[in-house]
Design a protein around this ligand. Structure first.
Ligand SMILES: *Cc1c(COP(=O)(O)O)cnc(C)c1O
Length: 384
């Protein structure tokens, strides 16, 4: 199994060298656009590429307003802030996620409540969230959802589209309406993924994208908030640009703001990458198809997109039969220069989030013991 997999991956990438988990490719206008910012001297937070990238993402995702930020964590931070989440508030999220989801809550003085995932897309499980809320929450006289034991306000649902696979958004949105919770999507991994034809990150009040170096599209570092409400989006842009009031020369700021605007230098890279998004997605889908064929009929289950959605297949993943076979696969592949990784350590096992409230996490534990991410960069073949 291991040697066959290693050979298979080397064949996909036509390479005997080290094969990374996910590396960016720059084969279009990346260099030209970045050099354009140098020639123009507009390398910082003012410049045409930032607005152009926001417009490109509005067009692509259908979001009424997109606001560019310095990274995905910052995008999460300011979106949660705009949603009114602050000190002492509780937010239902996944234990199986990248740490940034929880760090953004921590920066606001808010706390995660860890809810189990469903076993198909590994997103926040609506049934598990409903069960936890039914047991531990109530709506007060003002209609605010509260944790019965502590009286703390529960403000939002924060699902994450794991490896790019869309979570069960209709069910989560219904739960949000029932319990008066904002739905905010951590769509950092899911640019190019659609839920029943709608782009992930556009079903909640806010959706957050990341353009870190290992994501589908990179700006070096960068992020984006997709906003459903135009006015809220405009306020968010104001917040991310130090809340400066437009004036020909005076420095007037009308509330505490963030210095979170994406620099033009980074946006130039992003615009060129977005021009190639469709080609990269097609390439990644073809690679996922090859992995699927490779694992078919074995006792290793390749993680496929859920029936209701279309995945960008950001990170390919396989479920091993058990923890021992997972460890053996990680050992063999990494020793041979084929980079594979286990899924993130569950959030409630990290020291800073070990005290957080949580429901039953048996699906998360099950997945944590078995998941392995496989090399997922676009391959050379289609010139993506
Ligand atoms: C990448 C990622 C982020 C944001 O990461 P940045 O590096 O800050 O852009 C947030 N959440 C998840 C789940 C991610 O994978």
């Amino acid at each position: 199994m291991h040697n066959q997999l290693i050979e298979f991956v080397r064949d996909c990438y036509q390479s005997q060298d080290f094969i990374p988990l996910h590396a960016p490719t720059f084969k279009g206008n990346e260099k030209a656009y970045v050099l354009e910012t140098l020639d123009s001297t507009f390398v910082s937070s003012v410049g045409a590429f930032v607005g152009r990238m926001e417009e490109m993402l509005q067009d692509y995702t259908g979001a009424p307003k997109a606001v560019a930020t310095v990274n995905g964590t910052a995008a999460l931070h300011c979106a949660l802030y705009q949603a009114g989440i602050g000190p002492g508030d509780l937010v239902l999220t996944q234990a199986l996620t990248f740490v940034a989801t929880c760090n953004a809550l921590h920066q606001l003085g808010a706390e995660p409540v860890f809810i189990d995932i469903e076993p198909v897309a590994f997103g926040l499980c609506p049934k598990a969230a409903q069960a936890w809320l039914a047991e531990h929450a109530e709506l007060d006289d003002q209609g605010q959802c509260r944790h019965k034991a502590s009286g703390k306000a529960i403000k939002a649902l924060l699902p994450m589209h794991t490896f790019g696979h869309p979570a069960q958004l209709d069910e989560l949105a219904a739960l949000g309406r029932q319990w008066h919770l904002s739905l905010i999507e951590d769509a950092a991994e899911s640019l190019g993924s659609f839920y029943k034809g709608r782009h992930t990150g556009t079903l909640g009040r806010f959706g957050v994208l990341s353009f870190n170096g290992n994501k589908v599209v990179t700006t070096g570092g960068g992020g984006m908030v997709l906003c459903q409400d135009q006015k809220e989006g405009e306020h968010l842009k104001h917040l991310t640009t130090t809340a400066k009031v437009p004036h020909p020369f005076e420095f007037v700021h009308d509330e505490p703001g963030f210095n979170y605007r994406m620099p033009n230098l980074n946006a130039a890279l992003g615009c060129a990458q977005l021009e190639r998004l469709d080609a990269m997605l097609a390439n990644k889908r073809a690679l996922a198809g090859r992995y699927q064929g490779f694992f078919a009929g074995s006792d290793y289950r390749f993680v496929e997109e859920p029936g209701y959605g279309r995945s960008n297949y950001w990170l390919n993943a396989v479920l091993c039969p058990d923890a021992q076979s997972r460890d053996a696969l990680l050992q063999a592949t990494n020793a041979s220069g084929v980079m594979t990784r286990p899924v993130w350590r569950l959030m409630h096992k990290l020291p800073m989030y070990s005290q957080a409230l949580r429901g039953d996490l048996s699906q998360s534990e099950w997945a944590e013991a078995r998941l392995v991410n496989l090399p997922s960069s676009p391959t050379e073949a289609s010139h993506a």
